[in-house]
Design a protein around this ligand. Structure first.
Ligand code: URA
Length: 177
């Protein structure tokens, strides 16, 4: 992975940022791709969006590293923090697929459109996909806003909270029966 040259993002990265967390986690979160801080530190969601993500996790009783694994649709920083291109997401998909295979989460939370599109392989729009239950290889997938979007659009935090509650209920249902 650290030597990966499967797409052009390798040219400008400081390092690949594969993922972080509990490798036996029930919860797996998938973001878009590393930003500047993540590229520097080698860990996903350690910048401003990461602080909000940590607060969101805390709100549903979770904590980074405990029963949560965090990955991204692409593992290398897109220059100028642009949205990763479909070809870049496709080139990185085998890594994400392998991470899901190894962690075997009970629920996948897609943060934003590129993550949802990577997992669902369709042209997902967040507003239309929220509140619905999807599936990736038999694992439930829930789609919500990306924390960076929520920083720019704080009025939608209430909807993200609804999505997190939906995710928590979906997770709880897996332990019943
Ligand atoms: N945004 C993402 O999608 N992923 C990160 O790791 C950081 C910011």
């Amino acid at each position: 992975m650290h030597q990966c040259q499967a797409c052009g993002l390798c040219a400008q990265r400081t390092q690949a940022v594969p993922g972080v967390g509990d490798r036996n986690a029930d919860w797996m979160l998938v973001g878009e791709g590393p930003g500047a801080e993540e590229d520097r530190r080698g860990e996903p969601f350690v910048g401003q969006a990461g602080k909000l993500l940590d607060a969101m996790l805390h709100a549903i009783g979770l904590e980074r590293g405990h029963d949560v694994y965090i990955a991204n649709a692409v593992k290398c920083r897109p220059p100028m923090n642009r949205t990763p291109e479909a070809a870049e997401v496709a080139a990185c998909l085998p890594y994400l697929a392998r991470q899901v295979e190894l962690v075997q989460p009970k629920l996948l939370l897609a943060l934003g459109r590129p993550a949802a599109q990577a997992l669902l392989q369709t042209d997902v729009r967040i507003n239309a996909a929220r509140g619905r239950l999807f599936e990736y290889r038999g694992i439930p997938v829930i789609v919500t806003y990306h924390p960076a979007y929520l920083l720019r659009n704080p009025a939608d935090k209430a909807k993200a909270w609804e999505d997190l509650c939906f995710a928590r209920r979906t997770m709880a249902a897996q332990f019943i029966g």
